[in-house]
Design a protein around this ligand. Structure first.
Ligand code: ATP
Ligand code: MG
Length: 137
């Protein structure tokens, strides 16, 4: 079993869709083993997306991620990192496959409903930014 880190982004909380997204996650066989609703600070968002700090959309990304509450999660399952990337669909919802979270719910490449770690090292760093070991059950 593997763990991945997920964020249900502010467009999901704003539209009251967190339960609908969680249903897709659970239907795919991923287990939500930690979850909390928080409002990211600017510093937290900048740290989280530091890898994108040189990209032209970085300011917009941080602005969006701090525009409302998010739900941070740890998901567990067989091949969880790749599986959740599949379940989320392409970054741009216009390119996302049928049945994926971004196809079902996302409005634009910026406001794309969900984040999922892209590699085991990233998952470990991202989980540790938001959860302590005893919060993951
Ligand atoms: P995430 O890291 O959020 O799971 P991802 O791995 O599919 O998404 P990345 O390339 O890591 O995509 O981009 C991180 C986030 O930055 C995207 O989810 C999206 O919200 C935003 N983003 C990416 N490209 C653009 C763009 N061209 N314009 C605006 N926002 C963008
Ligand atoms: Mg990414």
């Amino acid at each position: 079993v593997q763990r991945t880190f997920s964020i249900l982004k502010p467009d999901a909380t704003r539209r009251n869709l967190t339960g609908a997204v969680n249903a897709v996650i659970e239907k795919a066989g991923l287990r939500i083993v930690a979850q909390k609703r928080i409002h990211l600070t600017k510093a937290q968002a900048e740290t989280f997306y530091a890898v994108h700090s040189a990209r032209p959309f970085f300011g917009e990304l941080v602005e969006f991620m701090t525009s409302g509450p998010v739900v941070v999660q740890v998901l567990e399952g067989e091949d969880a990192i790749a599986k959740y990337r599949d379940v989320m669909g392409a970054t741009n919802p216009a390119n996302a496959a049928e049945g994926t979270i971004r196809k079902l719910f996302a409005e634009s490449v910026g406001e794309n409903t969900a984040h999922g770690s892209d590699a085991p090292e990233a998952a470990a760093v991202e989980i540790a930014q938001f959860f302590s070991g005893n919060e993951i059950v």
